[in-house]
Design a protein around this ligand. Sequence first.
Ligand code: AMP
Length: 215
Amino acid sequence: MARPLSPVHGPYHRGMRLLLLGAPGSGKGTQATRLAAHFDVAHLSTGELLRDEVARATPLGEKVVSFMLSGELVPDELVEEVIHDRLLAAARAGGYVLDGFPRTVHQAEEAYKIAREAGATVHAVILLDAPDEVLTERLLSRAQGRSDDEPDTIRRRLEVYHAITTPLIDYYRDDRGVLVTVDASQSPDSVYAAILDELPQLVPPVGLEPTPGGF
Ligand code: AMP
């Protein structure tokens, strides 16, 4: 059921800029799709963009496919190749929801540079938090859908998340002060409602924004 527009929608007519952080299976894609529609901004998923390159057998797709199939991260420079122009365009247009990017500190610094270039750094980073058992169960239950949802690859993707991506939690909490944590083991509707409830505390209404920080 579609949730009516929340009161936070109005003040953000110039564009909401969100980043979803979370392990594989935490529901980033589902929430990002809804949030992007709600705020009428671009939804940028590096996973989707990379899968599309693979499906079209582009030179970039050929370079990234083995990393994706084994559950490893694609090297930063290849990810940045697929996201750079799109993020810049979305930032210039005023809003975006980033899903699955950045995933390394290097990518976070890149994202910050790109967004700064457009004068549109992130308003809030939402950490979708859930125990590994919940994530594994979810990923296994969709295993028909994606070639990297095999049990061994799932295990590896979670290890990679804990080893490489969790440092971003501190980066955004401590350095930027833009992090909010939501319990992602709830139903998708409850997670979505929790995100919309948290946003007004992190994102000041238009006219009261601080100097661009973000990312
Ligand atoms: P996702 O759909 O976000 O779970 O991404 C699927 C796969 O694409 C990941 O397991 C990685 O191999 C690759 N990938 C997606 N986004 C990134 C990123 N920001 N950095 C490195 N690899 C990525």
